[in-house]
Design a protein around this ligand. Sequence first.
Ligand code: UDP
Length: 235
Amino acid sequence: MEKREQLYEGKAKKVFATDDPDVVLVSYKDDATAFNGLKKGTIEGKGVINNRMSNFLMKILEKDGIPTHYIQELNDRETLVKKVTIVPLEVIVRNVAAGSLSKRLGVPEGTPLREPVLEYCYKDDALGDPMVNEYHIAAMGWADDETMEKIAYYALRINDLLIAYFKGANVDLIDFKLEFGKTSDGTLVLADEISPDTCRFWDSETHEKLDKDRFRRDLGGVEEAYQEMRKRLGF
Ligand code: UDP
C-alpha cells in the first residue's frame, strides 16, 4: 500500500490517502489538547502508545464480533484503516461519575453509576461539542434510527468487553468516548481510537489516574501514566 497526500490533520492524528480509495493511513502525533483546544502540549511517546493500544483493543473487539475500521499496523505510529464517513457524534459510555457528568449533575467523582450511561455529543468544535439526544440526532439527520440502535448496542457491548479486559490489568474503566463511521458499502464500524486520550483509566486499588486527566489537570507523571498502561496491557 502506497502512502499518498495528506487528507486531514486533527489534534492528535494525521490522515493520508493511499492508492486504495477505501483505505486511509492514520499517523498518531504526540500533540495533546484539552478543553476544546484551549490547552496545548506534547506528551512524549503518546502517539506510539495510542496507536498500539487502539490497534490492540480493536483486534480484541473484532474477535468478539464488533466490526472496526482496523486493517493493519504499519509501524509504531502508522496504521491502515478503512476509509469511513464519520457519524458526527461522540458516543460516551460511563460506568463511574467523573469529568463533565460530575460537574453537570453535582455527583462526586468516583461515584459508581447503577448502570452504564450512554451520552451523545454533536461533533462541532465551534459549538464545543454540545450534548444532544436521539431526538436531536433524528431531527438533524445526523444518523437514522437503525444506525443509532446499532451504535447503542455496540457501545454497551464494547463497554462490557473492555471492563472485563481491563480488570485483568487491575484497571477500572471509568468512562470513554467512541466514534463510529460507515464504509463505502454502508457498513457501520467502530472508528477513531481507544486510548488514554479517550478513556478514563483508574488503578483498581489506589484509584490513581492513568490517562489524559493527568495532562488536563496538571497532575504530573503524564508520560509515565501512558507507559504504565502499555506495561499493564503488555502490548
Ligand atoms: N472524551 C474524549 N473527547 C472529548 C470529550 C471527552 O475522548 O472531546 C472522553 C474523555 O476522555 C472521557 C469521556 O470521554 O473518558 C467523558 O468525558 P467528559 O464528558 O467527562 O468530558 P471531559 O471531562 O473530558 O471534558
